[in-house]
Ligand binder design. Sequence first.
Ligand code: F6P
Length: 744
Amino acid sequence: MKFTIRLVGAIWLSVLIVIGGFAFLQIREERERLVDDLKRRAVLVGEGLKEAIEPQVARGSTVGVERILKKFGRPTRGIAVYDRFAGLMVATPDVAKLLPPSLPEVTDAVANNAVSQGFRVVGGRLAYVYAAPLTQDERPVGALAVFLDAEHLQAAEWDLWWRNALRFLALALVISLIALGLVRSSVTAPMAKMSEWTKALRAGRYVPPPEVPDTNVFGPLAREVAGLARSMQRARAAAEHEAALRLAGESIWTEERLKQFVSLRLSGRLLVVVSNREPVSHVRKGGRIQTLTPASGLVTAMDPMMRACGGVWVAHGSGDADRETADARGRLAVPEDDPRYTLRRVWLTAAEERGYYYGFANEGLWPLCHIVHTRPVFRPDDWASYLEANRKFAETVLDEIRNAEEPLVLIQDYHFAPLPALIKAERPDARVALFWHIPWPNFEAFAICPWQQELLAGMLGADLVGFHTQYYCNNFLETVDRTLETRIDWEHFTVTRGERVTAVKPFPISVAPEFVDDPPQRTREELRRQLGISAEFLGVGVERLDYTKGLPERLRAIQWFFERYPEYRERLVFVQLGAPSRTSIKRYAELALEVEATVREVNQRLGTKGWRPIVYLSGHHEHREIWSYYRHADFCMVTSLHDGMNLVAKEFVSVRDDEDGVLILSRFAGASHELRDALIINPYDLAGTAEAIRTALEMSKDERRARMTRMRHVVSEHNIYRWAGLLLSELSRIPVETPGVKAS
Ligand code: F6P
């Protein structure tokens, strides 16, 4: 209310000042015009009479003057003639009785022999007095005075003031009404909606932010409140979860527990994570900057851990708007709406990225470690770029840990085999772990890499090397044993090379119990409608377009299924989400074409007028969008030909809080060791995979529930917080090396 009064008051005052100012100027001009008019008329009359009257006055002929005046007198124009002593001689009848004995203008005219004029009240009315001297031989012999009625001047002035007052009232009223309407629609109503919304959030109900007309005004506020609400919700959910776990006597790792662990065990030591892929990238789209979560299992896993632990995440800034969204050192707070950790971006040239990432890492090491019949390519130039990029990352990490005592550095993946040794050489006090997210092949397979010794030596710079499974640890230890001069302790799984000891342990990576904080409210029906699907069953696959994921094999298995079980035609649609990946590598470009062609072929061969067996959605999909597919599918297919872990399988399980849905999972994905209640398949066996689809569709609700419940138990217990907790605990237990002093 106060605001409205202030606003209306301000409007009225402004209108008053503007209209008042203009009215003042207008009235002044009008007055000047009217006065000029009076003057002109008075001069005309005065000059006209002067010549005729002058001789009469000089002669002292009152009668002669009277005769002349009779002719010229008018009701609004009085004329008087004075003698040389300024005494009244004759006047027209209308002014004769009103004139005072002496008039200053007349006295002046006679005394100065010059015209004198001005306003004067004569007989209670305003009059304009024009007095001109009457002369003989240039000497004053009297004066002639013309009296023009000037009452209309005041009337005109009042009229103008009045009109302007009305104008002011109308204008102030209209502007006030418009302003009040605007305030109501653009401020009061949105504020009311926002306050309803915040009330709902405070009460623990997640309601999406209201539609507000001006996102520039309310957008930032809505974002802040949404962030605050999410934090509150998370804290509340975490507290409830903790309490429930305490009651049930369970010791499941939660975000809260990891936070406590970090603050107690690491007591303020800096945690630095290094990966090639960044947790958020900024890209320009349609003239605007968009924030993207890359399609990466590594990011899905590490981001919740970093949110819990805080610290610095060093990664390649790969988005085309990344530089604009970071500070001069390439740093920014993440997540933007509720900062929990710092992202430090490393800038690589296009040539470095080509050699290090596309070349050595993804055309060399990736196929080398996956062994899926794509031949690794090793180019000396790529190797040089790989080393160069590792040096760049090392410099950045060293810069970040410069002032930190005994920092913990968690290096992620096959992009950084040389990095542990580079960091340790400069900072022996740092505890360095390297986690390898992809499989480690057997010794013979790895031996084809021309730089195998250098890679292993770099990795053994770490205090701890982690893999998803014990099998990969064993392969690694055997590779080291047969490649480098080392001592392997097969009982404790350590490698000693010179003075350095490296522990080699399995840490099966996982996801956070919540795939997204605020799942969309989209129902299965809405999802089907959006996809234009009327079939009763829905299958889903979510992948980066990578040849290790067994996509063509999966599509052929689906075709096989429909051919073998035609009764399911038009009753099942399989939706494949495919995120383009590493597209500048020929093999990936070929795969993308192959997938598209296979989808087309299967759809053409089997599809009917109103049914496509496969809906292929190629492109980037954010987690909230993927959530709906996971949540509403009858089954999810993971058909990797070889995969270190595969987090899609775990994401699917984590989302199924309805305890329904069937997971079809490749036996060659690390996840198959943990998710034993999935339908385990060999992706090369099309008939077997097709059979699994039929089993999934025909499985009883009870069995689906039982299997999903058990898998959810595994995923919720072996979650990413546990992974991080165990890894950090192992790493922080490793004694510090002080230069010159042997570690105890
Ligand atoms: O498997 C290794 C890995 O880093 C995964 O964690 C992730 O899903 C994938 O590769 C991402 O690849 P890129 O970062 O090259 O897109």
